[in-house]
Ligand binder design. Structure first.
Ligand code: ZN
Length: 751
């Protein structure tokens, strides 16, 4: 561009701001005083605000590298293109076109990345910039809350875009690693086992955790044990037959112990008093909040993130959600009072006012740690005044968790005295533990606001009765209780999030354990991983529990061992954080990933296993004899889907009540009728009507089951041989169990 032109337009040069999504874009436009709205952007005198819609660009599908990749085939694997290409996402290509036309405008002086201040947000922006061909200067808006003040301060202190180059490299490497591993292993599994199977770098080890737990539960053999509790004068104490445990292994022994002390006395041998301190809990990062919201509010991890995003973006009452830090930086300290003030109208108002007038004391060294905050500090309230009436019920509930924790953090430690009384009777040792609060400290916040603290601990009551060593006490009562050794628990979202965070625990190498830190996945992606496993039907929800499906269990049986390993995933996770810190290069990382993908494909190819999931309710495919999985559709109809991918036959059972005319006193015995219409009309073979059975009760109707072909088998398109159909129906539908099931299903439907 000739110099003269630059001088000419200099006065009206503008900065192009790229936000993550339209709502944030409009907010930035408001704060920056841009008012001129156009399709896909808002313009002002200094700034033009535009936005992405999440990702507008993605890594290209395999077909972009070779025509032969259009078909899934084992012989083309592994697919390891040296450089990965980018592709504009079709559904949102119009918005990309708008951004591209904006960056090409001559009056754009620089581009400000204002997408989500995190790894994924950086990737959203950098790919758009890359694909749009923009080569001018780049600045970065990096803020931790969406308040007007934070936005203004952020724009006054824009960072150099290059400061975030390493973050982009790490984000890109992660996406590339997921592509190389996911695309190759998914195709290898699908082709080799002729089944619709998918695997991923992070989702597979997480599924493996759940499948392992399910195996443990199945192998578990519970047994009984007993405890003996006796009342000595004013004190209840439990027998400890050994130093380690209060469990009594057999009922015989338990009865013997009980008989030994009935009517006797005990002597207090020791009263041990110990003063203990429980420091206030740490502030929330995303994972800890998702965990507590699941336990206390029944929110799924994704639900928590969605509600939190609204509190952050729309209501602006909390700080940046996708954080993995539980600390704040020292520059937040001067704003603490204003943040407490903002809670005055909420259920925490009484405590907030008390803190503002009476002051508060907390352990600064514990909460304020500049070194432990990398991108964003912990999730805490902003200075925006909170009006509970403007929040939904769920938003209020989640906000209260955050605010409660914030005030707990700003409180002193809980101090209490733990009293252990030991009583001996007939050579048996009984123990009684009691707790006397000395200073409630942070526990006061929950008590005074009527909320439940996530850190609430069940503790022994305080016995006001004091006893002293040497005192003799009569045995007033002695009772046995029977317990069962507890089975391993299924994962809930709360415990799964902990497991993902602490995946290091499953790793043996102590050095790696220390380095893994972040665990499986990152705080921002954990909710999505759970959702993806649910969508792919590898797990399902049962109340709060997450249960692996037969298909999920079969996938884990077939997947190469290294892809199930938390250790390997952790190693890669560590190298990615090294890339983000600039201490590792992208090149060697990706060549190791490619090598790993190649080995994984090789392992799958060499496996002699067969895909054979076990379903408790299933049928045999009439076309290929493979197992068919039962899936119930939203209106309650049972579908059976052949699990052999090259067949994929799917049928559904439609059960209808057919009323029998009253004059027919003697309805015919259960019988089967197969109707196969002439095959001239291709649609005709799609229905087989089977009159299955009469209802067990003497009601004037019978159940008729119609089998409707949802998707014909891909193996052969000709008509189904009549004989085959008949046999298949004969083998099911008339047993007693089927009658019971039909009756159960009927009841369910009536409810
Ligand atoms: Zn089949």
């Amino acid at each position: 561009m000739p110099d003269g032109i630059i001088t000419k337009v200099e006065e009206s040069l503008k900065q192009l701001v790229l936000a993550e999504k339209p709502s944030v874009g409009r907010e930035l436009a408001r704060v920056l005083g841009c008012t001129q709205r156009s399709e896909g952007f808002i313009e002002g005198s200094e700034y033009i605000i535009t936005w992405a819609l999440g990702h507008l660009i993605e890594l290209a599908e395999p077909a972009a590298y070779s025509d032969s990749y259009r078909r899934w085939s084992l012989k083309d694997l592994p697919m390891l293109p040296p450089e990965l290409k980018l592709e504009v996402i079709d559904q949102t290509k119009e918005q990309f076109r708008i951004i591209k036309s904006l960056v090409e405008r001559a009056d754009i002086a620089s581009l400000i990345i204002a997408t989500d201040a995190g790894r994924e947000g950086e990737l959203v922006a950098r790919w758009i910039i890359e694909e749009s061909g923009y080569r001018g200067p780049i600045k970065r808006l990096w803020i931790s809350s969406q308040t007007e003040e934070a936005i203004q301060t952020g724009f006054a202190n824009l960072k150099e875009g290059s400061l975030y180059d390493n973050l982009y490299r790490a984000a890109f490497s992660r996406a590339a690693a997921d592509w190389y591993v996911g695309m190759n292993v998914t195709r290898a599994l699908t082709c080799h086992y002729d089944a619709r199977l998918s695997a991923g770098r992070v989702q597979t080890p997480i599924l493996a955790l759940m499948v392992d737990r399910e195996d443990e539960i199945e192998a578990f053999n519970g047994r009984f044990y007993w405890t003996l509790k006796a009342r000595f004068g004013p004190i209840s104490a439990t027998l400890w037959p050994t130093e380690e445990t209060s469990r009594i292994e057999t009922e015989e022994l338990a009865n013997e112990y009980r008989a030994r002390i009935v009517g006797k006395t005990g002597t207090v041998s020791e009263v041990y008093r110990d003063e203990k301190t429980m420091p206030s809990p740490l502030a929330y990062d995303l994972t800890a909040l998702q965990r507590d919201a699941n336990t206390l509010l029944d929110f799924s991890a994704k639900e928590t993130l969605d509600i939190l995003q609204g509190l952050y973006e729309r209501h602006k009452v909390v700080t940046y959600p996708r954080t993995d830090s539980r600390y704040i930086t020292s520059d937040i300290l001067p704003t603490l009072n204003r943040r407490i003030e903002s809670l005055t109208n909420t259920v925490l108002g009484p405590v907030a006012r008390q803190y503002l007038t009476g002051g508060y004391g907390f352990d600064e060294g514990r909460f304020v740690q500049d070194a432990k905050v990398t991108d964003h500090h912990a999730i805490i309230p902003t200075e925006i005044w909170v009006n509970p009436a403007s929040l939904s019920k769920k938003e209020n509930d989640l906000f209260n968790l955050i605010a409660l924790r914030f005030l707990e953090v700003l409180s002193s430690s809980y101090r209490y005295e733990s009293i252990l009384t030991t009583i001996e009777s007939e050579n048996l040792v009984f123990k009684s533990r009691s707790t006397r609060p000395l200073d409630l400290g942070w526990r006061r916040v929950a008590l005074h606001s009527g909320l439940k603290s996530a850190e609430f601990v069940d503790e022994e009551e305080y016995h006001t009765e004091e006893v002293a060593a040497g005192q003799n006490l009569p045995v007033l009562d002695a009772a046995l209780r029977r317990f069962t050794t507890p089975a391993p628990l299924r994962y809930t979202e709360a415990t799964l999030l902990s497991a993902m965070e602490n995946a290091g625990r499953l790793v043996d190498d102590p050095l790696l354990k220390k380095q893994m830190g972040g665990g499986l996945g990152t705080p921002a992606t954990r909710a999505d991983i759970i959702e993806k496993l649910l969508q792919n039907a590898y797990i399902e929800r049962d109340g709060k529990e997450l249960v692996p499906t037969p298909k999920g269990r079969e996938l884990i049986r077939l997947v190469p061992p290294s892809l199930k390993s938390a250790a390997l995933t952790g190693e890669w996770e560590l190298r990615l954080s090294n890339i983000a810190e600039g201490i590792e290069e992208v090149g060697p990382f990706l060549s190791d990933i490619k090598e790993s993908a190649r080995l994984l494909v090789e392992e799958v190819k060499q496996s002699g296993e067969v895909f054979a999931p076990y379903f408790s309710e299933s049928k045999t495919c009439p076309h290929c004899s493979s197992v068919m999985m039962k899936v119930t559709d939203p209106i309650g109809q049972a579908h059976f889907i052949c699990q052999r991918l090259s067949c994929s036959y799917e049928e559904k059972e439609i059960k209808k009540r057919v009323f029998i005319e009253p004059e027919k006193k003697d309805p015919p015995a259960p019988r089967k009728v197969v109707v196969v219409k002439a095959a001239a009309n291709p649609e005709a073979v799609k229905k087989r009507v089977v009159v299955k059975k009469k209802a067990p009760e003497e009601l004037p109707y019978r159940w008729e089951t119609t089998i409707e072909v949802v998707r014909p088998s891909k193996l052969h398109r000709r008509a189904v041989p009549q004989q085959h159909v008949f046999k298949e129906r004969e083998s099911s539908g008339s047993s007693f169990a089927d009658l019971i099931r039909a009756s159960e299903e009927r009841k369910k439907r009536r409810r």
